[in-house]
Design a protein. Structure first.
Length: 101
């Protein structure tokens, strides 16, 4: 046995599907940096409804910061719930993909 062998980890029972039975249960947020021909690098942030994979919010900007990443969430909450009041979307789960970007 190699002294450098890692500790055994149990397999992840998650099958890779994140689908809800009804809308408004879980949304997924993600961001990526893309290069454009004319403007150089830009950030694209999106928000997806896990029930039907619909893109319900998006934002494109030059600087990818926290407030830019939250813009699609604010768009979707306002569009679907009608306002940004406190607790308006209480109980809604937000899944964030912490990618390498």
């Amino acid at each position: 046995m190699s002294p450098h062998r890692g500790v055994y980890k149990a397999t992840n029972p998650h099958d890779g599907n994140i689908i809800t039975d009804t809308p408004g249960v879980m949304w997924g947020a993600d961001g990526m940096k893309v290069q454009t021909v004319d403007e150089g690098w830009a950030w694209v942030f999106s928000l997806t409804e896990h029930w039907n994979s619909e893109c319900i919010g998006w934002h494109i900007c030059k600087i990818g910061e926290l407030f830019s990443a939250l813009e699609p969430v604010m768009q979707a909450v306002k569009k679907i719930y009608g306002s940004l009041n406190k607790d308006i979307a209480k109980g809604l789960l937000l899944r964030i993909n912490y990618c390498s970007q």
